[in-house]
Design a protein around this ligand. Structure first.
Ligand code: KG4
Ligand code: ZN
Length: 335
């Protein structure tokens, strides 16, 4: 069988990324320009600034990925994340991919960002095959997905308000940590007592698999404001550790309940928050007890990257999915 190389572009948030992946599993080349240093100053991603920097960096990033694959003649199709995400940021990648596909006379393949996160596990685990269950936990999404086959997904539970990553970034900010809060909160929590504070768990005793993190976020912020108003000293590390434990417990509880209901012994976790050490440890412990095979992407493929988009695009390509030059960015998009 002939090898298929796909070039993918990802610009849904603050990473400008391009990669070439062979047969959906093997990374041939990749380039990533992270805008973290730019947005740090503002304490979060500023959409307009993200778009402008994508426009500036895309030519260089895409060129590096193409060159790493030995030139455009080695590329069979061009893929791009067309949603969900920041609309302006998505548009820069979609426009670039359309121009490239037209000029190079290559097919254009649209990819759903969440499907991309799931497929990050295919890059890190060449043996992983559907059906399996996947928890996607990122800055924008918290979703339990049944992966029926490489291109068919069913959402079993999702957050009704904040994504886990959103709550993590907000709590980190109130604790005075720099953007992006997740990795900094993880390090602070290592020095804290995770049993020091008890925060509320959402939807206790309810039958659905949905999440809610906004009540938890508010409880943590109220506690910190209370300390400040009373001029009471507190250890931020204890707050960070107790908060992360609550997040991990909730993610574990719903995800393993979904595994029980779907009667699966294969579970994957994906998305930026799946890089978190405390959350990984909680999942590993429970997976051992339940006799479930657990998969995480390598750290570099947890957060936004283009290799995961190229992996996803390979299966869409094989199925015959193609986009026209009228492809548009879609900020909100069902999986
Ligand atoms: O998947 P991602 O790169 O972008 C979205 O699609 O949203 O996820 C970014 C999120 C941010 O909220 C960031 O703080 C969080 O992932 N994150 C982490 C860690 N690394 C990234 N959260 C906790 N611990 C980490 N080590
Ligand atoms: Zn993402």
């Amino acid at each position: 069988m002939k090898d298929v190389n796909i070039l993918a572009i990802e610009t849904s948030c603050d990473e400008t990324a391009a990669a070439v992946v062979k047969n959906g599993r093997q990374v041939v080349s990749q380039a990533l320009y992270t805008q973290i240093a730019i947005h740090k100053e503002f304490g979060g991603v500023v959409p307009e600034i993200a778009s402008r920097n994508h426009v500036l960096k895309l030519p260089q990033v895409v060129e590096t990925a193409i060159r790493g694959a030995g030139g455009m003649e080695n590329i069979d199709a061009i893929a791009v994340t067309n949603g969900p995400g920041l609309v302006g940021a998505l548009l820069t990648g979609v426009s670039y991919a359309k121009g490239l596909a037209y000029a190079a006379k290559k097919p254009l393949i649209p990819v759903h960002h969440i499907a991309g996160h799931i497929c990050a596990n295919y890059i890190s685990h060449p043996d992983l095959k559907p059906p399996f269950l996947c928890l996607v936990v990122s800055g924008g999404h918290t979703q339990i997905v049944w992966v029926k086959d490489e291109t068919t997904y069913e959402t079993l539970g999702r957050t009704r308000d904040d994504a886990a990553g959103e709550a993590i970034d907000k709590v980190a900010r109130v604790l005075g940590l720099a953007y992006p809060g997740g990795p900094n909160l993880q390090e602070l929590a290592k020095q804290g007592d995770e049993n020091k504070y008890r925060f509320p768990h959402s939807f206790r005793g309810e039958d659905h698999l949905d999440f809610s993190f906004s009540g938890l976020k508010t409880a943590v912020i109220n506690l910190l404001h209370g300390f400040e108003q009373k001029g009471e000293a507190y250890d931020g590390a204890d707050v960070a550790a107790s908060f992360l434990k609550n997040v991990a417990d909730t993610l574990v509880k719903n995800t393993f309940e979904a595994a029980r209901r779907t009667d699966t012994k294969i579970l994957a976790v994906a998305g930026g928050v799946s890089a978190n050490e405390q959350i990984r440890t909680a999942f590993e412990k429970r997976a051992r007890e339940a006799g479930i095979a657990l998969y995480f992407p390598e750290l570099r493929y947890c957060t936004d990257n283009a290799a995961m988009i190229a992996s996803c695009a390979y299966y869409e390509y094989e199925k015959g999915t193609r986009a026209g030059l009228d492809l548009n960015a879609r900020p909100v998009m069902e999986l």
